[in-house]
Design a protein around this ligand. Structure first.
Ligand code: KG4
Ligand code: ZN
Length: 340
């Protein structure tokens, strides 16, 4: 394909964030995210409410993304959208919107796998940060997934290990719920952990396959521990919140680092890139930076705005696929379960 300027409009609606971004080649011109607040009062994402909120948000969010990028829709080269995985009702909103717009504007449509996008976000070119080279190991840590992935090329990925039950984001959110914190609790545990003692309350490390994860046992042991302590002292949580959060975060980060060490040992690959909402966590960011300092690992940590769900990461995949002319047709449908 000749060297021309490519403008991609990207749409993300897989869970509870409605997002639209405009990219010029690999650079992000705008990345608007409308995070749905309605779920907070329910302690988790309510699928039906999420799809309704996407319907309300999608047009204004796309307008804002185009306006901020200072691009008219007639200048767009293609529309990229999240096909899956995610909540069916939520995915349908973005998918139908993208298909209609591509039909109306007579420009190519590009489907994107959300989990691939979390990892390929590292190829966004709007700063001078170093980029991983193939092959590298990806760790996707989000509210729905926890996977160790061998990334051989942009669209050639192999899952080496994954969670057998809860995702790591769920481990954070469910622990937070036990502590009476609102959804999503991951960022709050991170915040309170900053001032706590990480070794105050030891929690067990699950024994599963060397590249697999399991977080449901950890959640249960946190629940039993809290119930036991609250029986002795009703104010146990409020008196020790920082130490409890620091101990939970310490255990989760320890599990993630242990699995990464196993993956490096198994593959001999020492480039590690993380992606997904939990990569915003300060504990895992610090552990990776420390490991880079103390060993021959090279670690790649996304900028905060590309950690949690956003359309810029969908846009970079759209750009990479556009260059390869990997276009979709109008028969394409959303896919709630969609492997990397
Ligand atoms: O990737 P994401 O935005 O959505 C999914 O695709 O699931 O990830 C959301 C998850 C939530 O579980 C949220 O609690 C977690 O990422 N999260 C964090 C932090 N920021 C977001 N977990 C721990 N520490 C954080 N700072
Ligand atoms: Zn995600």
């Amino acid at each position: 394909m000749e060297n021309k300027t490519i403008y991609i409009l990207a749409i993300e609606s897989s869970c509870d964030d409605t997002s639209a971004a405009v990219l010029c080649n690999d650079k992000v011109l705008s990345n608007i995210v409308a995070t749905q607040q309605i779920h907070r009062e329910y302690g988790g994402v309510v699928p039906e409410l999420a799809s309704r909120a996407h319907q309300q948000n999608i047009v204004p969010v796309v307008h804002q993304a185009l306006a901020k990028a200072n691009i008219d829709k007639k200048e767009l080269s293609a529309i990229a959208f999240t096909r899956g995985p995610g909540l069916m009702g939520s995915l349908l909103v973005g998918t139908s919107f993208a298909k209609s717009l591509s039909l109306g504007l007579q420009i190519p449509l590009i489907e994107v796998n959300h989990m691939q996008a979390h990892l390929l976000a590292h190829f966004i070119g709007d700063d001078l940060s170093k980029k991983p080279t193939f092959p590298f190991i990806g760790l996707t840590i989000s509210g729905g997934h926890t996977q160790i992935v061998l990334i051989k090329n942009y669209f050639d990925m192999e899952i080496l290990g994954q969670t057998l039950d809860d995702a790591v984001g769920e481990a954070f959110d469910k622990s937070a719920k036990i502590l009476g914190l609102p959804y999503p609790g991951g960022p709050l545990i991170d915040k309170y952990a900053a001032e706590g003692d990480p070794k105050k309350y030891p929690f067990p490390i699950p024994k599963v396959g060397e590249l697999d994860f399991s977080f449901s046992g950890l959640k249960t042991s946190i629940l039993y521990f809290i119930q036991r302590e609250v029986q002795k002292d009703a104010d146990f949580i409020s008196k020790n919140l920082h130490d409890i959060c620091a101990s939970i975060q310490y255990t989760i980060v320890k599990i993630l680092m242990l699995k990464l060490k196993n993956a490096v040992k198994k593959t001999g690959i020492k480039q590690i890139a993380i992606g997904g909402g939990v990569s915003a966590n300060s504990g895992i960011r610090k552990a990776l930076k420390d490991k880079e300092q103390s060993s021959d690992w090279q670690t790649y940590i996304p900028k905060f705005e590309y950690c949690t769900d956003n359309a810029a990461m969908i846009g970079i995949v759209g750009y990479l696929k556009y260059k390869e002319e990997l276009f979709s047709n109008q028969n394409i449908t959303a896919k709630a379960r969609y492997s990397i």
